[in-house]
Design a protein around this ligand. Structure first.
Ligand SMILES: Cc1cc2nc3c(=O)[nH]c(=O)nc-3n(C[C@H](O)[C@H](O)[C@H](O)COP(=O)(O)O)c2cc1C
Length: 357
């Protein structure tokens, strides 16, 4: 069995030490306060990042603080992600966000959504590194907490500029950088090329976080071992298996991996629904369940019917009943919860889903 105990298990983010060095990736429409708290409650996650928030919608003059900026103290350490293109505007928004007390601010220069890049935000900045540099420096000058950059490998295969971008970020005083090593044009096609992440690790002295296609606990530790990254960021796999962070810790220490039972899965989904209902109106809470139910039940026999049933409910009580009826035969042992190939469409549009902020 591999010995993972010699691999670094923490990293420095400015004055903070983040441990374990596993990060919940920002996912627009998914990683709201409820989802982050759900994942954190299961253990093993060292840092969470908010959904991307458009700096233009974060105004000191707004009558109400933007809902995407909401977080609870138990989510610490937490980083809030902003997108934008106007250096002054993003810097003003960052100063405003800093006053809300997060531990770090992340600047998005990776979102490939046309809605985002059309406005010159997200990965559009990969085509204008002088402007990116100006923006990062302006944000750095306006704040005192660690600022980080999340970016992609380049706009397309003919303009790969991840090394240059990493150096721009280092020069602008970023406390760390996170690379999803696909290009903007690539979207989610193909595989994330972690050799690019390794190249960046060698090119800069600041901590580098790698993101992309980490699907299993072993993937996470192998990426750490092979590339020398300071930390690994996990997105889609944490939707399908929110226990992945706990399992990574167990694997690291040579312990048996927690395998969620149907009862655990039921309780998790039910808890997610109740947590949503605590902070959202009924319709919104049901919308969240409808969005994630397919991910939460990947591999369980009959989950496509469950998804259809959940889509039809319009009351919390009905949703609870549908969940109970689905899980009950597995929990009682009447049905084997065999892993079956599932046709669920893995959410992979990246920030396109949530580009409405
Ligand atoms: C639904 C969804 C929403 C996403 N939203 C964001 C976002 O708001 N900001 C961001 O930097 N990346 C976003 N991403 C990209 C992820 O943070 C991550 O870099 C990417 O999904 C690759 O990692 P994975 O294979 O572990 O999912 C999103 C990805 C998904 C699937």
């Amino acid at each position: 069995m591999a010995d993972y105990t010699t691999i670094p298990d923490s990293f420095k983010l400015g004055v903070f030490r983040i441990a374990p060095n596993m990060v919940l990736a920002p996912m627009a429409g998914v990683t709201d306060s409820v989802f982050r708290r759900l994942v954190l409650s299961l253990g093993g996650c060292g840092l969470v990042v908010s959904e991307m928030t458009n700096a233009a919608s974060v105004s000191p003059k707004a009558s109400r603080r933007h809902r995407l900026l909401d977080y609870l103290p138990e989510e610490r350490p937490i980083s809030i992600q902003l997108s934008g293109s106007d250096p002054d505007l993003v810097a003003t928004a960052a100063a405003y966000v800093e006053a809300l007390g997060p531990d770090a601010i992340d600047i998005n220069c990776g979102c490939p959504s046309p809605k985002v890049t059309g406005g010159g935000h997200g990965s559009a900045l990969l085509k204008d590194l002088p402007k990116m540099s100006q923006m990062l420096k302006a944000v750095k000058a306006a704040t005192n907490i660690p600022i980080t950059l999340k970016f992609r490998a380049g706009w397309d295969d003919t303009s790969l500029n991840y090394i240059e971008t990493a150096k721009v970020a280092e020069d602008a005083g970023m406390a760390a950088i996170a690379l999803h090593p696909r290009t903007k044009v690539q979207g989610y096609a193909g595989e994330a090329d972690w050799s690019r992440v390794a190249e960046v690790v060698r090119a800069v002295a600041i901590p580098v976080i790698g993101s992309g296609d980490v699907r299993t606990p072993a993937d996470a530790l192998l990426r750490l071992e092979e590339t020398g990254v300071a930390a690994v960021m996990i997105g889609r796999a944490a939707m399908a298996n929110p226990w992945i962070f706990r399992q990574i810790e167990q694997l690291r220490h040579g312990l048996p991996l927690f395998q969620p039972t149907p009862q655990d899965k039921h309780d998790l989904v039910a808890r997610y629904l109740e947590m949503c209902a605590e902070v959202m109106v009924e319709r919104q809470a049901l919308g969240k369940l409808k969005q994630l139910i397919g991910q939460f039940t990947i591999g369980l026999r009959g989950s496509s019917q469950l998804r259809r049933d959940v889509q039809r409910v319009n009351e919390l009580a009905a949703a609870r009943e549908v969940l109970h009826n689905f899980f009950e035969p597995f929990i009682s042992g009447a049905e084997a919860a065999v892993e079956v190939p599932d046709e669920v469409a893995v959410i992979k549009e990246g920030c396109e889903n949530g580009a409405n902020n």
